[in-house]
Design a protein around this ligand. Structure first.
Ligand code: NAD
Ligand code: MG
Length: 402
């Protein structure tokens, strides 16, 4: 038997789309790290059981306390039947953050939680000294400088196909040699439609993404282009550039994952078939490369890659985010929190599709929005979020009463 690798891994959001693909990569490349701990929301106990049996973590955290008992019973029974020790189980959001911060230099934590609830875990990883493989873009977008200042150089490795692509395009390039970044967007399921044609979109239509299979929030965000908006801001923080130097181009085939244009006029692109295991494996193994990680492009048949500008009139989410980011003072935290509320309302049938971005715009324009100074730190961010969630919910109730 080969000895278990010394490097430990904690996976936050294990039962989600990124989480499950991460365990897939680890099963195929067991030398990357051994699984020390998993954190899950708790809504899929059977999948947690399978993951525990396959990866034998020492610790398991269920974020939603009311689901902990169900998960615990299922795990205990399965581990007893398999004759293996059950992992130590804790529950609640504070336990997720504690698990996130429990490793150290040389280890890795992959944060694949959905939503800005990932912020405190992200900060906990950074202060522990472990590598942060970051799929939870919301924590970076919402925390901004708080997150980048807490990170040592190279400590954050993005798990987002666009940013993984840019990081690869910039390998060996000095910051002053970068002119601009070009983030590619599939355009989502409603590319080419006018605003009027989006009035009656229902959740089923919004959840049918043309090129990627992902969790429900990011899939909805891809349909509104809020996901691309978050990614522009994510790129600003990861690569330390102002938003006007981060362009977006629609590329429906999702093969060129993003690009960097250098001061000498050369554009460097990273291309591969759409498969998130590429980004996951890159972030876990960097600077090593995993042989056969994902399928490569096949040029033996004809193919075309097309590029077109974003229709900013039909999809105003990106320009709204650009101005919120320029404003600072927690405006992006308000944007993201209002969006999380709006998406939940849309998916439950309480808000029309076009109501999502309209709601972001209304919450951002509200003169009562708190504008904390940078010195307010994480408490300032959380206060804006609380306010924006409440403001969004009030508007959603008013909207559905109409
Ligand atoms: P998902 O909804 O499929 O999974 C989310 C996971 O988080 C689930 O395991 C859920 O149980 C867990 N969870 C929920 N609340 C939690 C909490 N408070 N603490 C711990 N775990 C909690 O989402 P996803 O599509 O895997 O996306 C995860 C993150 O990765 C998002 O930030 C998304 O934007 C980003 N991302 C996803 C993709 C993709 O292809 N799916 C690509 C790029 C970036
Ligand atoms: Mg992406």
């Amino acid at each position: 038997m080969t000895p278990a690798p010394a490097r430990r891994l904690v996976l936050l959001g294990a039962t989600g789309s990124i989480g499950a693909q991460t365990l897939d990569v680890l099963a195929r490349y067991p030398d990357i790290a051994r699984v020390h701990g998993l954190a899950v929301g708790g809504s899929r106990p059977q999948l947690v059981v399978e993951q525990v049996l396959a990866h034998r973590p020492e610790q398991l955290v269920v974020a939603e306390p009311e689901r902990a008992e169900g998960v615990s019973d299922a795990i205990d029974a399965a581990c007893r039947a398999a004759g293996i020790p059950a992992p130590r189980l804790e529950s609640g959001q504070a336990a997720v953050t504690e698990l996130a911060g429990s490793l150290g230099p040389g280890d890795v934590v992959l944060n694949a939680i959905t939503g800005s609830v990932g912020l405190l875990p992200t900060l906990a990883v950074l202060s522990s000294g472990a590598r942060l493989a970051l799929a939870n873009k919301e924590s970076l977008v919402v925390g901004g400088d708080l997150v980048t200042r807490a990170a040592a150089p190279g400590q954050i490795l993005p798990v987002d196909s666009e940013h993984t692509a840019i990081a690869q395009a910039l390998a060996g390039v000095r910051p002053e040699q970068v002119d601009r970044l070009v983030v590619t967007a599939s355009g989502g399921p409603f590319r080419g439609r006018t605003r009027d044609q989006l009035a009656d979109i229902d959740p089923e239509q919004a959840l049918a993404h043309p090129t990627w299979a992902m969790g429900p929030v990011i899939t909805t965000n891809s349909a509104t282009l809020v996901n691309k908006a978050l990614e522009v801001i994510e790129a600003c923080f990861l690569f330390d550039l102002p938003e006007h130097r981060v362009d977006v181009v629609v590329h429906p085939q999702s093969i060129v994952h993003s690009m960097a244009t250098l001061i000498d006029g050369s554009t460097i692109a990273q291309a591969s078939p759409p498969d998130m295991r590429h980004a996951i494996g890159w972030a876990l193994a960097h600077p090593e490369k995993l042989p056969g990680l994902a399928a490569a492009l096949d040029f033996s048949t004809a193919q075309s890659w097309t590029f077109e500008p974003v229709d900013e009139t039909t999809f105003p989410a990106i320009s709204l985010a650009r101005s919120a980011h320029r404003e600072g003072h927690g405006a992006m935290a308000a944007y993201n929190a209002a969006n999380e509320e709006a998406v939940a309302a849309f998916l439950s049938g309480a808000l029309p599709f076009l109501g999502i971005v309209d709601l972001l715009s209304a919450v951002l324009e509200d003169p009562a929005r708190p504008r904390p100074a940078a010195s307010a730190g994480v408490d300032g961010v959380l206060a804006v979020e609380d306010w924006a969630r409440a403001a969004a919910r009030t508007r959603i109730v008013q909207e559905s009463a109409r």
